[in-house]
Design a protein around this ligand. Structure first.
Ligand SMILES: Cc1ncc(COP(=O)(O)O)c(C=O)c1O
Length: 359
């Protein structure tokens, strides 16, 4: 007897591999450095406001997320109709690809990059065009521009790139955008924007405001430490933002997440000071690992990247990290990503870099 079958492209979708929790080791504090989470718990006021909102969960949330839209509009000086909220930036990625692509269409992105891209592309029945990153883990924007065909509907630029940690500059992004046809949507995924410290850094807000085909993705999951609440947002020209809202599941951003988002924006200065602390730890890790002889790429997110030449080496490094109580994220065969965590976890990573054979 035949059974219901999903579309072939759905059946071909790879599973999203989430970072694992650390293995318990008696006598040793273990750390989860496998999901690019913020190691700091939410600020006190945020937790209280979220808890108070939880007392109202018998009611549906505000379907229009009015307060959170207003708070974001005020924080970034943009009109609310140029914003789209959803249940994490990952949901916006699915909404974008589903809205703009069908079975005949192609989506161009760097690889390796964020693993949700190929899944979202297959979910829409479209074709993924993966353009290898350079040896240094950077986007090859010339090759990405060359990969655009008449079938291309969407291009992702992930900056900082998950998992390699590198960022494009504004000059590089502008040169790339100048080559992209106006009907192709360029999604600048800035999930880690708040961690960027570099010259000529991308100004996502100015970039989307000066183009009709650019969407910028941001999230409360990383710098704001609200990964468990699932809130992300897009800056986009009003017609694209309206499309994204139309593609969202009704009532997706729940009542607790909305309240926590508003409360976090009210405490932006305090939260961003914590980001400075994480950036200082990132600098310590990058310098420590390089001093131990590793040629790791410049890190602009809350994570560092160890490139390897085989799946076996990735697995060995992950196992060695596990031995010292660190759960990291292998991406065989290319490398291993390690999130910046608590100072003790970062110190252990530097020590591991000193003792693990470079091959
Ligand atoms: C590059 C990038 N984009 C988007 C996301 C999704 O973030 P969220 O769905 O938690 O907002 C992530 C999360 O890891 C990411 O690394």
């Amino acid at each position: 007897m035949s059974t219901p079958q999903p579309r072939p492209s759905v059946a071909a979708m790879p599973a999203y591999v989430a970072g694992k929790p650390p293995v318990e080791r008696p006598g040793l504090v273990t750390y989860k450095l496998s999901s690019n989470e913020n190691p700091y718990p939410p600020l006190d006021g945020v937790v209280e406001i979220a808890a108070e909102a939880a007392g109202r969960v018998n009611r549906y949330p505000d379907a229009g997320s009015t307060e959170l839209y207003d708070a974001l509009a005020k924080a970034y000086g943009v009109p609310a109709e140029e914003l789209a909220l959803s249940t994490g930036a990952v949901a916006l990625i699915f909404q974008l690809v589903s809205a703009y692509c069908g079975p005949e269409d192609e989506v161009v992105f760097a690889w390796r990059s964020f693993e949700a891209y190929p899944i979202a592309v297959l979910a829409a029945g479209a074709t993924a065009v993966k353009v290898p990153v350079t040896d240094g883990g950077e986007h090859d924007l010339d090759a990405m521009a060359a990969a655009i065909t008449e079938r291309t509907k969407v291009v992702f630029v992930c900056t900082p790139n998950n998992p390699t940690g590198t960022s494009v500059t504004q000059t590089e992004l502008d040169a790339f955008l100048a080559k992209v046809p106006e009907h192709v949507l360029v999604v600048v995924d800035e999930a880690y924007a708040e961690f960027v410290r570099m010259d000529d850094a991308v100004d996502g807000v100015a970039t989307y405001r000066s183009r009709a085909n650019v969407v910028v993705l941001r999230t409360f999951s990383k710098a704001y430490g609200l990964a468990g609440f699932r809130v992300g947002y897009a800056f986009a020209p009003a017609p694209i933002a309206a499309t994204l809202r139309a593609m969202a599941l009704p009532f997706g951003v729940n009542v607790v997440a909305q309240a926590a988002g508003v409360a976090s924006l009210e405490r932006q200065t305090e939260l961003l000071a914590r980001v400075d602390d994480l950036v200082a730890e990132r600098t310590r890790v990058v310098e420590g690992v390089r001093a131990a002889g590793w040629d790791i790429p410049g890190a602009q997110g809350n994570f560092v990247w160890f490139a390897f030449d085989s799946g076996e080496r990735c697995a060995d490094f992950a196992a060695a990290a596990d031995e010292v109580g660190l759960m990291v994220r292998p991406y065989p065969p290319e490398g291993v990503r390690v999130s910046i965590g608590e100072p003790e976890a970062n110190t252990r990573l530097i020590e591991l870099a000193g003792s693990f054979p470079k091959g």
